[in-house]
Design a protein around this ligand. Sequence first.
Ligand SMILES: NC(=O)c1ccc[n+]([C@@H]2O[C@H](COP(=O)([O-])OP(=O)(O)OC[C@H]3O[C@@H](n4cnc5c(N)ncnc54)[C@H](OP(=O)(O)O)[C@@H]3O)[C@@H](O)[C@H]2O)c1
Length: 247
Amino acid sequence: MNYQAPAQHLKDRVILITGAGQGIGATAAKAFAAQGATVILLGRKQSKLEEVYDEIEAAGHPQPAIFPVDLAKANQAEFTALAEAIYAQLGRLDGILHNAARFDNLSPLEIQNAEQFNGMLRVNLIAPFLLTKACFPLLKRSPDASVVFTSTTAAHHPAAFWGAHAISKSAAETMAKIWSEEIGLLPNLRMNTVIPGAIQTPQRKKSHPGELAENRPEIDAIMPLYLYLMGQDSAGVNGEIFEALKP
Ligand SMILES: NC(=O)c1ccc[n+]([C@@H]2O[C@H](COP(=O)([O-])OP(=O)(O)OC[C@H]3O[C@@H](n4cnc5c(N)ncnc54)[C@H](OP(=O)(O)O)[C@@H]3O)[C@@H](O)[C@H]2O)c1
């Protein structure tokens, strides 16, 4: 997307990013912070989140918050406690980027085991549901809130070996569509889905080991779309699916 965010266009917003320790999530957290947002870095590994935190602080952007959470294990009560902690510490929530995902490898369903199947559904589908639900009261109170889900082309074109990853992403897209229909009458809240495309990240190396890294776009190439969706220029855009690498 060819979008130029106005300077500081996320100023005073509080935005939660899942999977913020590396890849697209880490880059988005830094991009949101550079635009004035207070970012909440959620991920499994504290040390990775601290690296992102340190970079944001060193750049002089608003002080972030860190919440180490394993999305495969957290239950509704824990997500509710997280939302309460956000309210107690930061007083508001204006956006969620559901970016974390579990992808193990390409393998036939015949050999994907119950732990893998269940784990991918938990991280890629059930956690975004429970987290959105827990944060819903805060989002409804925001003057302009945006929730972004992350999908993949494998959800649209189910192909052999993509197994529970594609299944969970496809179901998450359906969930995003249902949420967006249900909030259709709320003028201050929107929910959309992003398909990042073939982007140079650790997960991409795993899913497409044969691709040449130099042929993949860098993560920065898709940040204009993420900035657009998190800011007020996308107010009223609801229930859409965006392919980040399409012009
Ligand atoms: N890169 C692409 O080409 C591409 C294409 C299509 C879709 N996507 C989607 O874009 C999103 C970001 O992908 P990426 O390429 O940046 O992947 P990535 O580098 O592998 O990052 C995934 C993030 O998810 C986190 N995560 C995984 N399991 C978790 C759990 N149980 N609890 C909390 N966090 C967990 C990881 O945290 P840890 O570091 O702790 O493991 C990591 O920070 C994903 O939803 C992916 O499906 C990417």
